[in-house]
Design a protein around this ligand. Structure first.
Ligand code: ADP
Ligand code: GLC
Length: 509
């Protein structure tokens, strides 16, 4: 029988996406399925997700956990009235045919907008309840709630799914079947940490709330639950897997990760060819390849027009497609724009986030009309135009678990200029003389998180651009690189096998 995998996550492209997590939820499951796994996604029934799923078959009630550690109802705050029992609806994502289970919880998940915070960027006050129910539903499915489809592996992603692993531990201690469990860290900085009152609201049982459990400095940590209780942990690049076992990138959880180092695996993300392929991109017409870059020149002209940049095929066009946050190092960007423009460059920015970064970029755009173009917001189609039409994509991150936009840049011949952290180290090779010489150069890499270091990398990009033959050799090599989901799926299946070998008899006392 095929290996059954319950893949639990909070967002999936193209239905609901706030970042790379959604791209991964769309890319990895079909690649696992191609290698023989029977994969179902478990997703919260946020309205955008419900709208893209065709329901199939009857639904299943998700009973509350009682002594197992879930509140008996859905009241988001202590003292509010519990709502109806949540339920699971089977179905398929219309666009892709991917089988899914949606967790419905009236009053809790059926609200539009960002899944994690309100329009002002404040976390939803019932975030803990929302994702406790997701974890609880995952744990019940893992122990056989749907007798027609019992998973061999429960694979959860990021803190939103962390409690699943704690609940599975308690259910196993109570004698229930135990699937193998794998937890993937996409970003250790977002941990789902809630104050101690959450413990009572969720009714978390005592054995879970301890240091060798999900307690984190007197708080409840969903992330720590995943790290502590899963049989195996993966994260999205080998370098990030090493970095997070150290104090600097460990976000306070490096100790836990060091303890579990032998269960921690770095598996690089891939690129979904159906979405990001310059030769067959529905959003970039005409398409292009390393052998015929006319379509790229056309995309550059379109981008310049779209963002109000001067029509100039020779201006070196840098871009950013990103959340505008400290993580992404984009607080460094405003300080280098004057020199970038003085050297004849242009800059196209598509992003949203930190108000200070947005404002500083707006000022730069006003200072440099025709040279700096800015679109504040989230726009999937424009992201393709920007990445296809630019010469260089900037990813100067403070930390970067994997990063996907540099991979898209490589594929589209838009050379990544990145800081040497996390997945950026594993995917981009600097255009040093040595790497130009051996043909491995694919972009620009700098080290210090400083404007000076970023500037010097920008200067090297201008210098390479003046060496036409070298530029094209690097571009050709970048476009030939493949970071495919098939390889990531093979590595993930290997981790599933290790987790299954470990899974027997692991409930803690
Ligand atoms: P992260 O998940 O940390 O934000 P990644 O590089 O892994 O970073 O993934 C970001 C994803 O979100 C990419 O698919 C990128 O194209 C997309 N993206 C980021 N900002 C925007 C935006 N403003 N508009 C459209 N797509 C965006
Ligand atoms: C996170 C990380 C990013 C990674 C993505 C998908 O959002 O910040 O580096 O590419 O998850 O794994």
């Amino acid at each position: 029988m095929n290996l059954r995998v319950l893949y639990v996550c909070s967002e999936v492209f193209p239905l609901l996406k706030t970042g790379g997590l959604a791209d991964v939820s769309a890319g990895l499951p079909p690649a696992l399925a191609k290698q023989g796994a029977d994969v179902r996604l478990l997703l919260p029934a946020f309205p955008a997700i419900v709208a893209g799923v065709t329901p199939e078959g009857p639904s299943l009630l998700v009973p509350a956990g009682g002594s197992m550690g879930l509140p008996a109802g859905l009241g988001p705050h202590p003292g509010t009235t519990p709502g109806p029992t949540p339920w699971l609806q089977r179905g398929r994502i219309e666009a892709t045919g991917q089988p899914v289970m949606l967790l419905h919880a009236p009053g809790l998940l059926d609200r539009p907008g960002n899944p994690y915070h309100d329009a002002k960027g404040h976390p939803w006050p019932d975030s803990a309840e929302q994702f406790a129910w997701l974890g609880w539903a995952a744990a019940l499915l893992g122990t056989g709630l749907d007798s027609g489809w019992v998973p061999d592996v429960v694979h959860g992603h990021d803190w939103h799914t962390g409690l699943a692993f704690a609940y599975l531990d308690r259910l196993a201690a109570a004698g229930q079947r135990r699937p193998a469990t794998v937890f993937t860290i996409h970003n250790l900085a977002y941990q789902g940490v809630f104050d101690v009152s959450t413990r009572d609201r969720l009714g978390l049982p005592d054995p879970l709330f301890r240091i060798q459990g999900l307690e984190f400095h007197g708080h409840v940590s969903f992330m720590k639950a995943g790290l502590h209780y899963a049989d195996a942990i993966t994260t999205v690049s080998p370098t990030y897997a090493r970095e997070i076992t150290g104090v600097e990138q460990g976000c306070g959880l490096d100790g836990v990760l060091r303890e579990r180092r032998d269960r921690l695996h770095g598996i690089l993300n891939g690129v979904d060819d159906a979405v990001w392929d310059p030769a067959n991109d529905a959003l970039v017409k005409p398409g292009f390849s390393a052998d015929d870059l006319r379509g790229k020149a056309a995309a550059k002209a379109r981008l310049q027009q779209r963002l109000g940049l001067k029509a100039d095929p020779d201006a070196l066009l840098f871009c950013v497609v990103s959340r505008l946050t400290e993580q992404k190092g984009l607080h460094l960007l405003p300080g280098v724009i004057d020199e970038l423009v003085a050297r004849g460059g242009q800059l196209a920015v598509l992003g949203a986030g930190d108000a200070l970064i947005e404002q500083a970029l707006q000022h730069a755009a006003q200072r440099h009309p025709g040279a700096v173009g800015l679109h504040i917001g989230y726009d999937e189609a424009l992201a393709h135009t920007v990445i296809a039409g630019s010469d260089v994509i900037l990813v100067p991150s403070r930390f970067e678990p994997c990063g996907l936009t540099q991979l898209y840049g490589l594929r589209y011949g838009t050379l990544p200029l990145v800081r040497a952290v996390g997945g950026l180290v594993d995917t981009v090779t600097d255009s040093s003389l040595e790497h130009l010489d051996d043909g491995s150069a694919s972009g620009f890499v700098f080290h210090d998180l400083s404007e000076a270091a970023l500037l010097s990398a920008l200067r090297r990009a201008f210098a390479l651009r003046r060496r036409e033959a070298d530029w094209h050799a690097v571009q050709r090599h970048a476009m030939s690189l493949r970071f495919d989901w098939a390889r990531a799926a093979t590595d993930t299946l290997r981790v599933y096998a290790l987790a299954r070998a470990d899974a027997t008899g692991t409930a803690s006392a």
